[in-house]
Design a protein around this ligand. Structure first.
Ligand SMILES: [Zn+2]
Length: 258
């Protein structure tokens, strides 16, 4: 009870003092960490994730798949730079992790991963990979990772909140970046990432219809136990419908970019 009260207080104070308007979406977001802090701690978490994967032999050595993913994400990164110019300075990186889980993500600052499980089990086309990574990249340029890190901090009852807000204690933030990766995005965040993701992909020359087929495949796959991806990506009930409605708007962008 005490904890709950403290938590409510932290969130109340935080939402009064540490909300910022996102430059891309215009939405006000909880911002207990700065963008620099979110990126620096994500870079640390990324290095650690990759070195652990490497030790376990879980970094994919499939040259063709790595090249394919790199080719697709490179085109999306160019469009991300047009949508959110500061991302042109990000040190983008993408890893293919050799694990059966249906998962993909992009941390603040452009550190990305896609898992072989999602590519193979859902038999993803290039257009569908572009949709999933476009969606993930949108989370990053829309500041959702930073928002999730802020929520992770608030959830821990304001752990050293003052020092984090004021200073740059990254040793405290590194685990937060990890936790943030396992927290679900808000439904609002999901709808935003869907909306911007399909546009990024269209502008990069990838078929908007693939956004619909991707989520149809995803929902079919959730029959045999929900994919990891869906635990961090709660599906708005009208997701497929909403994406479908965006397709006609996106087709001209796609045709132009092809
Ligand atoms: Zn998402």
């Amino acid at each position: 009870m005490k904890f709950k009260l403290a938590l409510t207080a932290v969130i109340a104070v935080a939402s009064l003092t540490a909300c910022q308007e996102n430059p891309v979406s215009g939405r006000s977001q909880l911002a207990l960490v700065s963008e620099e802090q979110a990126q620096a701690s994500s870079a640390q978490a990324y290095t650690q994730t990759l070195s652990e994967a490497q030790k376990k032999g879980k970094l994919s050595t499939d040259a063709a798949l790595n090249a394919r993913v790199k080719r697709i994400t490179d085109r999306l990164i160019v469009q991300a730079g047009n949508m959110y110019p500061p991302s042109r300075d990000w040190k983008w990186s993408v890893a293919v992790i050799d694990e059966p889980s249906l998962n993909a993500w992009c941390m603040p600052g452009g550190k990305m991963a896609i898992y072989t499980g999602i590519v193979e089990k859902l038999k993803l086309s290039d257009d569908e990979i572009a949709q999933i990574m476009g969606h993930e990249i949108s989370h990053a340029i829309l500041g959702h990772g930073r928002e999730r890190m802020s929520r992770a901090i608030a959830m821990q009852g304001g752990m050293a909140l003052g020092s984090i807000v004021a200073g740059r204690d990254l040793s405290i933030l590194a685990p937060v970046a990890d936790i943030a990766l396992t927290l679900p995005n808000s439904r609002e965040g999901e709808s935003e990432a869907d909306r911007y993701g399909i546009e990024l992909a269209a502008r990069a020359g990838y078929n908007p219809r693939a956004a619909v087929s991707l989520w149809e495949k995803m929902s079919a796959a959730s029959g045999n136990g929900p994919p990891v991806f869906l635990s961090t990506h709660p599906a708005p009930s009208n997701r497929i419908q909403a994406l479908n409605a965006l397709v006609p708007q996106m087709m001209p962008l796609y045709e132009k970019a092809r």
